[in-house]
Design a protein around this ligand. Structure first.
Ligand code: AMP
Ligand code: MG
Length: 311
């Protein structure tokens, strides 16, 4: 069933495939012209480096030979899984992958289909399979919206997590978190038994070390705003995403997640896309407090992605 996609990748073409976070747009990580197609298809800025996806430790060694002890522990604990690690790169890693940096980002995804594909083709670069500026795709339909009906997609329904991986730089000491994801600061610190640094607000201006973090993931036609406490909920042209505040009456435009941050993360990008399709004017989202973010890694990841949609 995968043969067609494997052959396309081996021939230097690009395809979309599922991971546990979001769908990726894959290309052979050692094929310059294939990787160029990824940038062209997405209209991705050339200074935004790509994550290499692997499915074995042997593949990791194609890209780095500097693996700090703490990184070993993290790989044992979280790979395969939604954690991207940034290592010092080997000299022959293509500049187009790293945007000319001396480091390379690597992840071993957990989705069985991504593992099969990578095991058969070799390491793949795989940014999210969306046009730059659109939300990451969590369903095949999202990819078709951006790249057309006939784009080659390994279809596997909705992705489980729905937000992009945690990105942690292990080439510096202490390790530095550039992008929060479903694996949180506490879990990382518990494994390495050391404190890590967190980029202030994960804001690009303050973290030029991770170029991609400066780009908004999505500027919807609908405005995204934090919902002010006590504001009554209206119906017309507005979408509400609530997680604690219980709506007085159920309505199609009020989505209540009832403290289920996994479900909120799972649905966020799909709700963003739906809002634009339904011509909603504004998406109001109930704020995620600092205390909540400390407790729930996904609340921190949600806050990060929503803040970027608001800027
Ligand atoms: P994505 O578009 O989800 O694939 O994003 C990749 C993320 O990883 C972006 O935020 C990049 O800035 C970050 N990234 C990739 N490679 C590196 C690297 N070598 N150093 C720092 N950040 C990186
Ligand atoms: Mg992306």
């Amino acid at each position: 069933m995968l043969d067609r996609y494997i052959n396309l990748l081996k021939a230097g073409q690009i395809i979309a495939f599922p991971t546990e976070t979001v769908y990726g747009l894959g290309a052979d990580a050692w094929n310059l012209s294939a990787i160029q197609k990824v940038f062209d298809a997405k209209n991705r800025p050339a200074d935004n480096p790509l994550i290499v996806h692997i499915s074995s430790r042997e593949m990791l060694h194609q890209f780095t030979d500097e693996i700090p002890e703490g990184a070993e522990k993290l790989m044992t604990a979280f790979w395969p899984g939604p954690l991207t690690l940034i290592f010092k790169k080997k000299p022959d890693v293509l500049d187009i992958v790293t945007a000319g940096l001396d480091t390379v980002a690597v992840r071993w995804p957990g989705h069985p289909l991504s593992q099969d594909i990578i095991a058969r083709v070799g390491p793949l670069v795989a940014p999210s399979a969306n046009s730059s500026g659109k939300p990451s795709p969590t369903k095949p339909e999202h990819i078709k919206e951006d790249f057309g009906e006939h784009f080659p997609i390994v279809e596997a329904g909705e992705t489980q997590i729905g937000l992009e991986s945690t990105v942690l730089d292990v080439s510096v000491s202490p390790f530095r978190l550039y992008r929060p994801g479903s694996i949180g600061q506490n879990q990382i610190e518990n494994i390495i038994e050391k404190a890590i640094e967190v980029d202030e607000k994960n804001d690009g201006e303050k973290s030029p070390r991770s170029p991609g973090t400066k780009y908004s993931h999505y500027s919807p036609d609908a405005r995204v705003q934090w919902l002010t406490e006590g504001t009554p909920l209206h119906s017309e042209n507005l979408l509400y995403l609530l997680h604690q505040r219980i709506p007085e009456e159920p309505a199609d435009n009020i989505i209540f997640f009832d403290h289920d941050y996994e479900e909120m993360a799972h649905q966020l990008y799909d709700r963003f896309r739906q809002a634009d399709q339904n011509d909603y004017q504004t998406i109001f989202i109930e704020p995620l407090s600092p205390a909540l973010q400390k407790k729930e890694p996904l609340a921190e990841a949600l806050y990060n992605r929503i803040s970027k949609a608001i800027d």
